[in-house]
Design a protein around this ligand. Structure first.
Ligand code: GLU
Length: 549
Protein backbone atom coordinates (compact mmCIF):
# COMPACT_ATOMS: atom_id res chain seq x y z
CA UNK A 1 0.00 0.00 0.00
CA UNK A 2 1.54 3.31 -1.05
CA UNK A 3 0.90 5.83 1.70
CA UNK A 4 1.64 9.51 1.85
CA UNK A 5 5.25 10.30 2.81
CA UNK A 6 5.81 11.52 6.35
CA UNK A 7 7.31 14.98 6.61
CA UNK A 8 10.25 15.00 9.00
CA UNK A 9 11.76 18.29 10.07
CA UNK A 10 15.39 17.62 10.96
CA UNK A 11 16.82 20.44 13.04
CA UNK A 12 20.56 19.78 13.17
CA UNK A 13 23.70 21.81 12.61
CA UNK A 14 26.14 18.92 12.41
CA UNK A 15 26.46 18.09 8.67
CA UNK A 16 27.70 14.56 9.32
CA UNK A 17 24.77 13.59 11.49
CA UNK A 18 22.41 15.36 9.11
CA UNK A 19 23.63 13.25 6.21
CA UNK A 20 23.42 10.09 8.29
CA UNK A 21 19.74 10.70 9.11
CA UNK A 22 18.95 11.56 5.50
CA UNK A 23 20.60 8.36 4.36
CA UNK A 24 18.81 6.20 6.95
CA UNK A 25 15.40 7.69 6.18
CA UNK A 26 16.04 7.69 2.43
CA UNK A 27 16.34 3.89 2.44
CA UNK A 28 12.90 3.32 3.93
CA UNK A 29 10.14 2.19 1.58
CA UNK A 30 7.28 1.92 4.07
CA UNK A 31 6.75 4.61 5.05
CA UNK A 32 8.64 7.02 2.85
CA UNK A 33 9.88 10.34 4.17
CA UNK A 34 10.19 13.92 3.02
CA UNK A 35 13.10 15.15 5.07
CA UNK A 36 13.33 18.92 5.48
CA UNK A 37 16.62 19.99 7.06
CA UNK A 38 17.34 23.25 8.85
CA UNK A 39 20.33 24.25 10.93
CA UNK A 40 18.95 26.93 13.22
CA UNK A 41 16.06 27.41 15.58
CA UNK A 42 14.83 30.44 13.62
CA UNK A 43 14.60 28.39 10.42
CA UNK A 44 12.86 25.55 12.30
CA UNK A 45 10.23 27.87 13.74
CA UNK A 46 9.64 29.40 10.33
CA UNK A 47 9.15 25.97 8.72
CA UNK A 48 6.85 24.77 11.53
CA UNK A 49 4.68 27.86 11.14
CA UNK A 50 3.85 26.75 7.60
CA UNK A 51 2.33 23.50 8.96
CA UNK A 52 2.37 19.97 7.55
CA UNK A 53 5.28 18.64 9.64
CA UNK A 54 4.55 15.15 11.02
CA UNK A 55 7.51 14.88 13.36
CA UNK A 56 10.50 16.98 14.46
CA UNK A 57 13.95 15.45 15.03
CA UNK A 58 15.55 18.03 17.24
CA UNK A 59 19.12 18.67 18.29
CA UNK A 60 18.95 20.87 21.38
CA UNK A 61 22.31 22.62 20.82
CA UNK A 62 21.97 24.97 17.85
CA UNK A 63 23.92 28.05 16.76
CA UNK A 64 21.06 30.36 17.80
CA UNK A 65 19.60 28.46 20.74
CA UNK A 66 20.79 26.20 23.53
CA UNK A 67 19.45 23.38 25.61
CA UNK A 68 15.89 23.25 26.92
CA UNK A 69 15.08 26.64 25.53
CA UNK A 70 15.35 25.10 22.06
CA UNK A 71 12.86 22.41 22.98
CA UNK A 72 10.33 24.70 24.60
CA UNK A 73 10.37 27.18 21.73
CA UNK A 74 9.84 24.45 19.15
CA UNK A 75 7.05 22.98 21.22
CA UNK A 76 5.41 26.36 21.71
CA UNK A 77 5.42 26.90 17.95
CA UNK A 78 3.61 23.64 17.23
CA UNK A 79 2.29 22.00 20.38
CA UNK A 80 0.71 19.01 18.64
CA UNK A 81 3.72 17.96 16.54
CA UNK A 82 5.71 15.14 18.16
CA UNK A 83 9.33 15.98 18.93
CA UNK A 84 12.12 13.41 19.18
CA UNK A 85 15.25 14.66 20.88
CA UNK A 86 18.60 13.79 19.31
CA UNK A 87 20.98 13.47 22.19
CA UNK A 88 24.56 12.47 22.83
CA UNK A 89 25.58 10.31 25.74
CA UNK A 90 27.01 13.35 27.52
CA UNK A 91 23.74 15.29 27.61
CA UNK A 92 21.55 12.56 29.00
CA UNK A 93 20.08 14.73 31.74
CA UNK A 94 19.15 17.42 29.24
CA UNK A 95 17.28 14.95 27.04
CA UNK A 96 15.58 13.49 30.06
CA UNK A 97 14.36 16.95 31.06
CA UNK A 98 13.02 17.51 27.56
CA UNK A 99 11.13 14.21 27.85
CA UNK A 100 9.72 15.43 31.17
CA UNK A 101 8.69 18.61 29.39
CA UNK A 102 6.70 16.68 26.80
CA UNK A 103 9.12 15.36 24.14
CA UNK A 104 7.77 12.11 22.68
CA UNK A 105 11.03 10.20 22.63
CA UNK A 106 14.80 10.50 22.46
CA UNK A 107 17.46 8.94 20.28
CA UNK A 108 21.08 8.53 21.25
CA UNK A 109 23.12 9.82 18.33
CA UNK A 110 26.00 7.49 19.06
CA UNK A 111 23.76 4.44 18.84
CA UNK A 112 21.37 5.35 16.07
CA UNK A 113 20.55 2.91 13.30
CA UNK A 114 17.76 2.66 10.79
CA UNK A 115 15.67 0.33 12.94
CA UNK A 116 15.74 2.51 16.05
CA UNK A 117 15.19 5.67 14.01
CA UNK A 118 12.22 4.37 12.02
CA UNK A 119 10.64 2.86 15.07
CA UNK A 120 11.00 5.95 17.15
CA UNK A 121 9.37 8.05 14.43
CA UNK A 122 6.63 5.50 13.93
CA UNK A 123 5.74 5.38 17.61
CA UNK A 124 5.97 9.12 18.08
CA UNK A 125 3.51 9.71 15.25
CA UNK A 126 1.22 6.89 16.46
CA UNK A 127 1.26 8.21 19.99
CA UNK A 128 0.48 11.74 18.92
CA UNK A 129 -2.39 10.36 16.87
CA UNK A 130 -3.69 8.15 19.67
CA UNK A 131 -3.51 10.97 22.19
CA UNK A 132 -5.57 13.17 19.96
CA UNK A 133 -8.34 10.59 19.98
CA UNK A 134 -9.70 8.30 22.69
CA UNK A 135 -6.45 8.07 24.69
CA UNK A 136 -6.31 11.81 25.14
CA UNK A 137 -5.80 12.55 28.82
CA UNK A 138 -3.40 14.68 30.81
CA UNK A 139 -2.95 11.77 33.16
CA UNK A 140 -2.01 9.27 30.47
CA UNK A 141 0.44 11.81 29.11
CA UNK A 142 1.94 12.16 32.59
CA UNK A 143 2.17 8.37 33.05
CA UNK A 144 3.95 8.01 29.71
CA UNK A 145 6.37 10.85 30.46
CA UNK A 146 7.18 9.37 33.87
CA UNK A 147 7.90 6.03 32.20
CA UNK A 148 10.04 7.60 29.47
CA UNK A 149 12.07 9.53 32.02
CA UNK A 150 12.75 6.45 34.15
CA UNK A 151 13.41 4.25 31.10
CA UNK A 152 15.89 6.77 29.80
CA UNK A 153 17.82 6.97 33.05
CA UNK A 154 17.71 3.20 33.61
CA UNK A 155 18.69 2.54 29.98
CA UNK A 156 15.76 0.16 29.70
CA UNK A 157 15.77 -2.10 26.65
CA UNK A 158 14.22 -0.23 23.74
CA UNK A 159 11.81 -3.03 22.79
CA UNK A 160 10.44 -3.21 26.31
CA UNK A 161 10.10 0.55 26.60
CA UNK A 162 7.94 0.76 23.49
CA UNK A 163 5.86 -2.19 24.70
CA UNK A 164 5.14 -0.59 28.07
CA UNK A 165 4.03 2.79 26.78
CA UNK A 166 0.57 1.43 25.95
CA UNK A 167 -1.50 -1.22 27.73
CA UNK A 168 -1.50 -4.73 26.34
CA UNK A 169 -5.27 -4.98 26.40
CA UNK A 170 -8.06 -2.44 26.65
CA UNK A 171 -11.75 -3.16 26.34
CA UNK A 172 -14.48 -0.54 26.02
CA UNK A 173 -18.19 -1.13 26.42
CA UNK A 174 -21.24 1.08 26.11
CA UNK A 175 -23.28 -0.23 29.06
CA UNK A 176 -27.04 0.06 29.35
CA UNK A 177 -28.76 -0.04 32.74
CA UNK A 178 -32.34 0.68 33.81
CA UNK A 179 -33.05 3.82 35.84
CA UNK A 180 -35.55 3.59 38.69
CA UNK A 181 -38.19 5.76 37.07
CA UNK A 182 -40.32 4.78 34.10
CA UNK A 183 -38.67 2.77 31.38
CA UNK A 184 -35.62 4.99 30.99
CA UNK A 185 -32.40 3.21 30.03
CA UNK A 186 -29.08 4.99 30.59
CA UNK A 187 -26.08 4.11 28.45
CA UNK A 188 -22.65 4.86 29.88
CA UNK A 189 -19.10 4.16 28.75
CA UNK A 190 -17.14 1.56 30.67
CA UNK A 191 -13.53 0.41 30.48
CA UNK A 192 -11.20 -2.32 31.67
CA UNK A 193 -7.55 -1.88 30.81
CA UNK A 194 -4.80 -4.44 31.46
CA UNK A 195 -1.37 -2.92 31.14
CA UNK A 196 1.07 -5.81 31.62
CA UNK A 197 0.03 -9.45 31.30
CA UNK A 198 3.48 -10.97 31.87
CA UNK A 199 3.74 -10.87 35.65
CA UNK A 200 0.74 -12.97 36.74
CA UNK A 201 -2.91 -11.99 36.82
CA UNK A 202 -3.59 -8.28 36.47
CA UNK A 203 -4.81 -6.26 39.43
CA UNK A 204 -6.43 -2.91 40.00
CA UNK A 205 -9.55 -1.09 41.08
CA UNK A 206 -12.68 0.07 39.29
CA UNK A 207 -13.47 3.76 39.34
CA UNK A 208 -16.92 5.31 38.95
CA UNK A 209 -16.48 8.99 38.15
CA UNK A 210 -17.94 11.46 35.63
CA UNK A 211 -14.52 12.23 34.09
CA UNK A 212 -13.35 8.65 33.50
CA UNK A 213 -12.01 7.95 30.01
CA UNK A 214 -9.79 5.39 28.32
CA UNK A 215 -6.68 7.55 28.76
CA UNK A 216 -7.23 8.01 32.48
CA UNK A 217 -7.96 4.32 33.06
CA UNK A 218 -4.88 3.36 31.03
CA UNK A 219 -2.72 5.72 33.10
CA UNK A 220 -4.08 4.23 36.32
CA UNK A 221 -3.46 0.69 35.00
CA UNK A 222 0.13 1.67 34.26
CA UNK A 223 0.57 3.02 37.80
CA UNK A 224 -0.78 -0.31 39.11
CA UNK A 225 1.95 -2.15 37.20
CA UNK A 226 4.63 -0.06 38.91
CA UNK A 227 2.94 -0.31 42.31
CA UNK A 228 2.78 -4.12 42.14
CA UNK A 229 6.31 -4.46 40.78
CA UNK A 230 7.79 -2.10 43.38
CA UNK A 231 6.22 -4.11 46.21
CA UNK A 232 7.13 -7.44 44.55
CA UNK A 233 3.52 -8.58 44.18
CA UNK A 234 2.93 -11.25 41.50
CA UNK A 235 0.65 -9.06 39.38
CA UNK A 236 0.61 -6.82 36.35
CA UNK A 237 -1.41 -3.60 36.50
CA UNK A 238 -5.02 -3.10 35.46
CA UNK A 239 -7.79 -0.61 36.06
CA UNK A 240 -11.45 -0.31 35.26
CA UNK A 241 -13.81 2.60 35.11
CA UNK A 242 -17.29 3.78 34.28
CA UNK A 243 -17.98 7.35 33.18
CA UNK A 244 -20.83 8.04 35.58
CA UNK A 245 -21.51 10.04 38.72
CA UNK A 246 -22.28 7.40 41.37
CA UNK A 247 -23.66 10.03 43.75
CA UNK A 248 -26.49 10.64 41.26
CA UNK A 249 -27.56 6.95 41.26
CA UNK A 250 -29.77 5.01 43.66
CA UNK A 251 -28.51 1.75 45.19
CA UNK A 252 -30.68 -0.20 42.73
CA UNK A 253 -29.23 1.68 39.76
CA UNK A 254 -25.70 1.16 41.03
CA UNK A 255 -26.35 -2.53 41.42
CA UNK A 256 -27.78 -2.94 37.91
CA UNK A 257 -24.91 -0.94 36.44
CA UNK A 258 -22.33 -3.01 38.34
CA UNK A 259 -23.83 -6.36 37.39
CA UNK A 260 -23.95 -5.31 33.75
CA UNK A 261 -20.35 -4.11 33.94
CA UNK A 262 -19.33 -7.51 35.31
CA UNK A 263 -21.15 -9.42 32.60
CA UNK A 264 -19.67 -7.23 29.83
CA UNK A 265 -16.12 -7.88 31.04
CA UNK A 266 -16.63 -11.43 32.31
CA UNK A 267 -14.37 -12.91 29.66
CA UNK A 268 -11.31 -10.97 30.79
CA UNK A 269 -11.68 -10.99 34.60
CA UNK A 270 -11.29 -13.92 37.01
CA UNK A 271 -9.08 -15.00 39.93
CA UNK A 272 -6.31 -16.14 37.56
CA UNK A 273 -6.84 -13.44 34.95
CA UNK A 274 -7.65 -10.03 36.34
CA UNK A 275 -8.83 -9.20 39.85
CA UNK A 276 -10.74 -5.91 40.36
CA UNK A 277 -10.96 -3.99 43.64
CA UNK A 278 -12.52 -0.74 44.86
CA UNK A 279 -11.27 2.63 43.66
CA UNK A 280 -12.83 6.09 43.69
CA UNK A 281 -16.65 5.84 43.70
CA UNK A 282 -16.78 2.08 44.38
CA UNK A 283 -16.71 0.10 47.64
CA UNK A 284 -17.21 -3.29 49.29
CA UNK A 285 -20.86 -3.42 48.25
CA UNK A 286 -19.92 -2.94 44.59
CA UNK A 287 -17.34 -5.75 44.96
CA UNK A 288 -20.03 -7.98 46.50
CA UNK A 289 -22.25 -7.48 43.42
CA UNK A 290 -19.34 -8.25 41.10
CA UNK A 291 -18.50 -11.40 43.05
CA UNK A 292 -22.14 -12.50 43.00
CA UNK A 293 -22.59 -11.87 39.27
CA UNK A 294 -19.39 -13.72 38.42
CA UNK A 295 -20.27 -16.61 40.77
CA UNK A 296 -23.78 -16.90 39.27
CA UNK A 297 -22.17 -17.09 35.85
CA UNK A 298 -19.77 -19.94 36.67
CA UNK A 299 -22.17 -21.75 39.04
CA UNK A 300 -20.26 -21.65 42.35
CA UNK A 301 -18.95 -19.00 44.75
CA UNK A 302 -15.68 -17.40 43.59
CA UNK A 303 -14.62 -14.93 46.28
CA UNK A 304 -11.16 -14.39 44.75
CA UNK A 305 -12.53 -12.72 41.61
CA UNK A 306 -12.40 -9.41 43.49
CA UNK A 307 -10.67 -7.98 46.56
CA UNK A 308 -11.94 -5.31 48.91
CA UNK A 309 -15.04 -7.45 49.57
CA UNK A 310 -17.06 -7.26 52.79
CA UNK A 311 -15.53 -9.55 55.44
CA UNK A 312 -18.49 -11.98 55.47
CA UNK A 313 -17.91 -12.73 51.79
CA UNK A 314 -14.24 -13.54 52.25
CA UNK A 315 -12.89 -10.02 52.52
CA UNK A 316 -9.68 -9.52 54.48
CA UNK A 317 -9.42 -7.83 57.83
CA UNK A 318 -7.70 -4.49 57.38
CA UNK A 319 -8.36 -4.12 53.61
CA UNK A 320 -10.87 -1.31 53.92
CA UNK A 321 -8.44 0.99 55.74
CA UNK A 322 -5.24 -0.45 54.18
CA UNK A 323 -4.34 2.41 51.84
CA UNK A 324 -4.55 5.04 54.59
CA UNK A 325 -2.79 2.80 57.10
CA UNK A 326 0.02 2.01 54.68
CA UNK A 327 0.43 5.68 53.84
CA UNK A 328 0.80 6.57 57.53
CA UNK A 329 3.32 3.72 58.08
CA UNK A 330 5.44 5.26 55.34
CA UNK A 331 4.99 8.79 56.67
CA UNK A 332 6.19 7.55 60.08
CA UNK A 333 9.16 5.90 58.40
CA UNK A 334 9.98 9.10 56.49
CA UNK A 335 9.66 11.20 59.65
CA UNK A 336 12.11 8.94 61.47
CA UNK A 337 14.69 9.24 58.70
CA UNK A 338 14.25 13.04 58.56
CA UNK A 339 14.16 13.71 62.30
CA UNK A 340 10.63 15.08 62.11
CA UNK A 341 8.50 14.35 65.15
CA UNK A 342 5.08 13.27 63.88
CA UNK A 343 3.78 13.16 67.45
CA UNK A 344 2.92 16.85 67.91
CA UNK A 345 3.68 17.63 64.25
CA UNK A 346 1.14 19.01 61.80
CA UNK A 347 -0.58 17.41 58.80
CA UNK A 348 -3.00 18.41 56.04
CA UNK A 349 -5.09 15.89 54.10
CA UNK A 350 -6.77 16.72 50.80
CA UNK A 351 -9.75 14.38 50.20
CA UNK A 352 -12.05 12.72 52.70
CA UNK A 353 -13.04 9.54 50.88
CA UNK A 354 -11.78 6.11 51.93
CA UNK A 355 -8.09 7.03 51.61
CA UNK A 356 -8.25 10.60 52.96
CA UNK A 357 -10.48 9.85 55.94
CA UNK A 358 -8.41 6.84 57.04
CA UNK A 359 -5.17 8.73 56.53
CA UNK A 360 -6.44 11.60 58.68
CA UNK A 361 -7.57 9.13 61.36
CA UNK A 362 -4.24 7.28 61.52
CA UNK A 363 -2.26 10.53 61.45
CA UNK A 364 -4.29 11.77 64.40
CA UNK A 365 -3.69 8.41 66.16
CA UNK A 366 0.06 8.86 65.76
CA UNK A 367 -0.22 12.15 67.57
CA UNK A 368 -0.15 14.54 64.62
CA UNK A 369 -2.39 17.61 64.63
CA UNK A 370 -4.45 17.38 61.43
CA UNK A 371 -4.90 21.11 60.83
CA UNK A 372 -6.65 20.88 57.45
CA UNK A 373 -8.87 18.44 55.54
CA UNK A 374 -11.10 18.78 52.49
CA UNK A 375 -13.58 16.98 50.29
CA UNK A 376 -14.81 17.81 46.81
CA UNK A 377 -16.57 21.05 47.84
CA UNK A 378 -15.24 22.11 51.26
CA UNK A 379 -11.88 22.65 52.93
CA UNK A 380 -11.65 23.04 56.71
CA UNK A 381 -8.88 24.53 58.84
CA UNK A 382 -8.26 24.39 62.56
CA UNK A 383 -4.79 25.31 63.88
CA UNK A 384 -5.50 23.31 67.09
CA UNK A 385 -6.15 20.15 65.05
CA UNK A 386 -9.50 19.01 63.63
CA UNK A 387 -11.51 16.36 65.53
CA UNK A 388 -11.29 13.64 62.84
CA UNK A 389 -13.72 11.22 64.51
CA UNK A 390 -16.36 13.98 64.68
CA UNK A 391 -15.77 14.81 61.02
CA UNK A 392 -16.29 11.13 60.19
CA UNK A 393 -19.59 11.12 62.11
CA UNK A 394 -20.64 14.31 60.32
CA UNK A 395 -19.85 12.82 56.88
CA UNK A 396 -21.68 9.57 57.74
CA UNK A 397 -24.74 11.67 58.45
CA UNK A 398 -24.50 14.39 55.76
CA UNK A 399 -22.35 12.63 53.12
CA UNK A 400 -20.20 15.78 52.61
CA UNK A 401 -18.22 18.18 54.81
CA UNK A 402 -20.31 21.20 53.70
CA UNK A 403 -21.38 23.41 56.65
CA UNK A 404 -19.41 21.27 59.10
CA UNK A 405 -18.98 23.33 62.30
CA UNK A 406 -15.61 21.94 63.47
CA UNK A 407 -13.24 24.17 61.51
CA UNK A 408 -12.95 27.38 59.58
CA UNK A 409 -13.86 27.08 55.87
CA UNK A 410 -10.92 27.89 53.57
CA UNK A 411 -10.34 27.37 49.83
CA UNK A 412 -8.73 24.28 48.30
CA UNK A 413 -5.85 26.47 47.24
CA UNK A 414 -5.31 27.74 50.79
CA UNK A 415 -5.50 24.16 52.08
CA UNK A 416 -2.65 22.97 49.85
CA UNK A 417 -0.52 25.93 50.89
CA UNK A 418 -0.94 25.50 54.67
CA UNK A 419 2.23 25.34 56.71
CA UNK A 420 2.61 21.71 57.85
CA UNK A 421 5.03 18.82 58.27
CA UNK A 422 3.02 16.44 56.09
CA UNK A 423 0.74 17.19 53.15
CA UNK A 424 -1.20 14.18 51.92
CA UNK A 425 -3.11 14.71 48.66
CA UNK A 426 -5.66 11.87 48.76
CA UNK A 427 -8.16 13.08 46.18
CA UNK A 428 -7.87 13.45 42.43
CA UNK A 429 -4.95 13.57 40.02
CA UNK A 430 -3.26 16.75 38.82
CA UNK A 431 -3.52 18.81 42.02
CA UNK A 432 0.10 19.92 42.47
CA UNK A 433 1.31 21.63 39.35
CA UNK A 434 3.98 24.08 38.23
CA UNK A 435 1.51 26.80 39.21
CA UNK A 436 1.24 25.98 42.94
CA UNK A 437 4.30 23.78 43.70
CA UNK A 438 6.37 26.83 44.62
CA UNK A 439 3.87 27.78 47.31
CA UNK A 440 3.50 24.47 49.15
CA UNK A 441 4.63 24.69 52.75
CA UNK A 442 5.14 21.04 53.72
CA UNK A 443 8.26 19.01 54.48
CA UNK A 444 6.84 15.68 53.31
CA UNK A 445 4.46 15.23 50.39
CA UNK A 446 2.70 11.87 50.76
CA UNK A 447 0.70 10.94 47.67
CA UNK A 448 -2.37 9.00 48.79
CA UNK A 449 -3.99 9.75 45.42
CA UNK A 450 -2.79 8.40 42.10
CA UNK A 451 -1.00 10.96 39.92
CA UNK A 452 -1.60 14.09 42.05
CA UNK A 453 1.67 15.79 41.02
CA UNK A 454 2.83 16.83 37.54
CA UNK A 455 6.40 16.31 36.34
CA UNK A 456 7.07 20.05 36.30
CA UNK A 457 5.88 20.27 39.90
CA UNK A 458 8.18 17.35 40.80
CA UNK A 459 11.17 19.38 39.65
CA UNK A 460 10.14 22.41 41.69
CA UNK A 461 9.54 20.32 44.82
CA UNK A 462 12.88 18.59 44.39
CA UNK A 463 14.66 21.94 44.20
CA UNK A 464 12.80 23.11 47.29
CA UNK A 465 13.87 19.99 49.21
CA UNK A 466 10.37 18.60 49.86
CA UNK A 467 10.59 14.87 50.64
CA UNK A 468 8.32 12.96 48.26
CA UNK A 469 6.52 9.70 48.96
CA UNK A 470 5.46 8.99 45.37
CA UNK A 471 2.03 7.48 44.67
CA UNK A 472 3.26 4.08 43.49
CA UNK A 473 4.91 3.60 46.87
CA UNK A 474 2.77 5.78 49.13
CA UNK A 475 -0.65 4.34 48.36
CA UNK A 476 0.42 0.75 47.65
CA UNK A 477 -0.92 -0.46 51.03
CA UNK A 478 -4.32 -0.98 49.38
CA UNK A 479 -3.11 -3.38 46.75
CA UNK A 480 -0.74 -5.11 49.18
CA UNK A 481 -3.64 -6.04 51.45
CA UNK A 482 -5.70 -6.89 48.35
CA UNK A 483 -2.97 -9.40 47.57
CA UNK A 484 -3.30 -10.82 51.10
CA UNK A 485 -7.06 -11.08 50.57
CA UNK A 486 -6.57 -12.92 47.27
CA UNK A 487 -4.03 -15.31 48.81
CA UNK A 488 -6.25 -16.01 51.82
CA UNK A 489 -9.22 -16.58 49.48
CA UNK A 490 -7.38 -19.01 47.22
CA UNK A 491 -6.25 -21.05 50.22
CA UNK A 492 -9.31 -20.58 52.46
CA UNK A 493 -7.12 -19.08 55.17
CA UNK A 494 -7.89 -16.29 57.62
CA UNK A 495 -5.07 -14.16 58.93
CA UNK A 496 -5.47 -11.99 62.06
CA UNK A 497 -5.36 -8.22 61.65
CA UNK A 498 -2.01 -7.84 63.46
CA UNK A 499 -0.41 -10.26 61.03
CA UNK A 500 -1.88 -8.44 58.04
CA UNK A 501 -0.72 -5.04 59.25
CA UNK A 502 2.74 -6.30 60.14
CA UNK A 503 3.20 -8.02 56.77
CA UNK A 504 2.02 -4.87 54.99
CA UNK A 505 4.37 -2.67 57.00
CA UNK A 506 7.30 -4.94 56.15
CA UNK A 507 6.53 -4.95 52.43
CA UNK A 508 6.08 -1.18 52.29
CA UNK A 509 9.13 -0.28 54.34
CA UNK A 510 11.25 -2.68 52.32
CA UNK A 511 10.06 -1.00 49.08
CA UNK A 512 10.76 2.40 50.62
CA UNK A 513 14.25 1.40 51.76
CA UNK A 514 15.14 0.09 48.29
CA UNK A 515 13.76 3.28 46.73
CA UNK A 516 15.69 5.54 49.12
CA UNK A 517 18.88 3.58 48.58
CA UNK A 518 18.58 3.91 44.83
CA UNK A 519 17.64 7.60 45.06
CA UNK A 520 20.73 8.31 47.18
CA UNK A 521 23.13 6.15 45.17
CA UNK A 522 22.08 7.50 41.77
CA UNK A 523 21.10 11.02 42.92
CA UNK A 524 17.52 10.60 41.77
CA UNK A 525 14.25 11.94 43.04
CA UNK A 526 12.12 9.39 44.92
CA UNK A 527 9.56 9.02 42.12
CA UNK A 528 12.15 8.19 39.49
CA UNK A 529 13.96 5.86 41.88
CA UNK A 530 10.71 4.02 42.67
CA UNK A 531 9.83 3.83 38.97
CA UNK A 532 13.24 2.36 38.17
CA UNK A 533 12.94 -0.25 40.93
CA UNK A 534 9.60 -1.27 39.41
CA UNK A 535 10.75 -1.07 35.79
CA UNK A 536 13.77 -3.27 36.43
CA UNK A 537 11.51 -6.01 37.74
CA UNK A 538 9.07 -5.77 34.83
CA UNK A 539 11.96 -5.52 32.36
CA UNK A 540 13.65 -8.61 33.80
CA UNK A 541 10.40 -10.58 33.64
CA UNK A 542 9.90 -9.61 30.00
CA UNK A 543 13.47 -10.57 29.13
CA UNK A 544 13.20 -13.94 30.85
CA UNK A 545 9.88 -14.88 29.30
CA UNK A 546 10.98 -13.76 25.84
CA UNK A 547 8.53 -12.96 23.08
CA UNK A 548 5.94 -15.41 21.80
CA UNK A 549 6.11 -16.89 19.17
N1 GLU B 1 -7.64 1.03 43.62
C1 GLU B 1 -6.55 0.81 44.50
C2 GLU B 1 -5.27 1.41 43.92
O1 GLU B 1 -5.30 2.31 43.13
C3 GLU B 1 -6.38 -0.64 44.91
C4 GLU B 1 -6.23 -1.62 43.81
C5 GLU B 1 -6.32 -3.06 44.32
O2 GLU B 1 -6.43 -3.27 45.49
O3 GLU B 1 -6.29 -3.94 43.46
O4 GLU B 1 -4.19 1.05 44.31
Amino acid sequence: MASKPLTVLLVEDNPLYMRLIQRLLGRSEHPTFDVVTVETLAAALERLAKGGVDVVLLDLMLPDSMALDTFFRVRAQSAETPIIIQSSLDDVSLASRAVEGGAQDYLLKDRINSVSLLRSIHYAVERAHARGAEWHSAMFHLAQQQLLKAAYIAELDDNIRQRLLFPERAQIAALPFKRDKGDQVETVFAYRVQHVLSMGPTKGGIRYHPDVGLGEVAALAMLMTWKCALTNLPYGGAKGGVRVDPAALSQGELERLTRRYTSEFIGIIGPDKDVPAPDMGTDGQVMAWIMDTYSQHVGYAVPSVVTGKPIVLGGSLGRNEATGRGLVYLIEHACRSMDVNLNGGTAVVQGFGNVGAHTATFLAESGAKVVGVSDVGTALYNPQGLPIDKLQDYVREHRLLADCPFGEAITNRELLELDCDVLAPCALQNQITAENAGRLNCRILAEGANGPTTLEADEILKERGVFLLPDILANAGGVVVSYFEWVQGLQNLMWPLEEINERMRNILTDAMTRTQRRAEADKLDMRTAAMIEALNRVGAAHQLRGLFP
